[in-house]
Design a protein around this ligand. Structure first.
Ligand SMILES: [Zn+2]
Length: 340
């Protein structure tokens, strides 16, 4: 049986050298090393040998098996190289060819919505002020009337870079920055940008999203200016027949604080699934700039007053296009993005 083994090994090695293609190679592997291959069968027949001959045969058979497997791998590599060379010689593969063109792209739906919002406010005389994403604790909370341990901080859990540095939870810290930069000029700006919250990602909330903050500071600015601005905005974005409703709310950095709602664009106030049968949709959180915040920005609240508001950007886009999952905005799925 040892003879049989040597013969088989020799035959297999010779056959291997003669192989010209990967199909032949696979066939060879089946014939010798496969489940029903010649070597496998021979190994299995070890039980028919007298006991004292078994160890020597087993050893020899294992060595032969290892050798054939190594030779097989080597030959496979060689064949792959030969086949590649053959293809290149045929000219099938030209590595100097330019890549496939990607085709023209277009603006992301968030950018489109953002630009639409910005142009509406630009028509009303608002400038764009861009502020930073990474803020200090003092800018994000302290100067906005939320000292350490203020309970309102619980509404805005975020990502901390160290004990004092964080990803902003709202665009409001930009209010302090723009006031300190512009004093003693009157201010009329919007502050668009990304905000971050440490919260569970669901169909309705993401850990990152866009906001557009608005800030007006001047002499004798009143709540009616705020309501007028938000009403005009809603009418320019959603159509001239829109109505705005104001109700009381609470934010640490505005006093008084309000929420602005708009009659539902889908049901016109009748009540539907989107407005949760209330007939109204939230548009913005807003209010008159808190005297402490004015002071922190360098404006004397005895002389100056102002209003501020915060709008979502993804939410209006979701309403407009009936998008039911905010995660799609950041999913990078072209099937979604190409629709807008
Ligand atoms: Zn509705």
């Amino acid at each position: 049986m040892l003879n049989q083994l040597t013969q088989l090994e020799q035959e297999a090695l010779e056959a291997l050298v003669a192989i010209k293609s990967s199909q032949e190679l696979a066939e060879w592997n089946r014939r010798y090393l496969g489940k029903k291959g010649a070597l496998t069968l021979l190994l299995r027949s070890v039980g028919t040998l007298p006991k004292e001959e078994r160890p020597a045969f087993g050893q020899a058979a294992n060595r032969a098996k290892n050798e054939l497997e190594a030779a097989y791998k080597e030959r496979a590599q060689e064949l792959r190289r030969i086949e590649l060379e053959r293809e290149m010689a045929r000219g099938a593969l030209d590595v100097t060819l330019p890549g496939r063109p990607g085709g023209p792209g277009h603006l992301h739906i968030t950018t489109q919505t953002l630009r639409q919002i910005i142009s509406i406010f630009a028509e009303m005389g608002f400038q764009v002020y861009e502020s930073r994403d990474v803020e200090s604790d003092e800018m994000n909370f302290g100067l906005l009337n939320m000292p350490p341990h203020h309970p309102a901080r619980d509404m805005w859990d975020t990502f901390w870079l160290d004990d004092n540095t964080l990803l902003r939870t709202h665009t409001s810290p930009g209010q302090i920055r723009v006031m300190r930069e512009r004093y003693p000029e009157p201010i009329r700006v919007i502050l668009p940008g990304k905000c971050y919250r440490y919260e569970q990602v669901t169909a309705r909330s993401e850990h990152q999203f866009y906001q557009v903050e608005g800030l007006a500071v001047g002499h004798a600015i009143t709540m009616t200016d705020l309501i007028g601005t938000l009403t005009e905005f809603a009418r320019r974005l959603y159509g001239p027949q829109r109505h705005i409703r104001i109700r009381g709310s609470y934010f640490p950095f505005t006093e008084p604080s309000v929420e602005a709602d708009m009659d539902c664009i889908l049901c016109g106030g009748e009540g539907c699934r989107v407005c949760k049968y209330s007939g109204w949709l939230e548009v913005a959180g807003a209010g008159m700039v808190h005297p402490v915040v004015l002071q922190n920005g360098g404006y004397d609240p005895a002389e100056w007053s102002g209003f501020a508001f915060g709008l979502g950007v993804e939410r209006p886009a979701m309403l407009k296009y009936s998008i039911d999952d905010i995660r799609l905005f950041y999913g990078n799925d072209l099937r979604f993005l190409r629709q807008f």
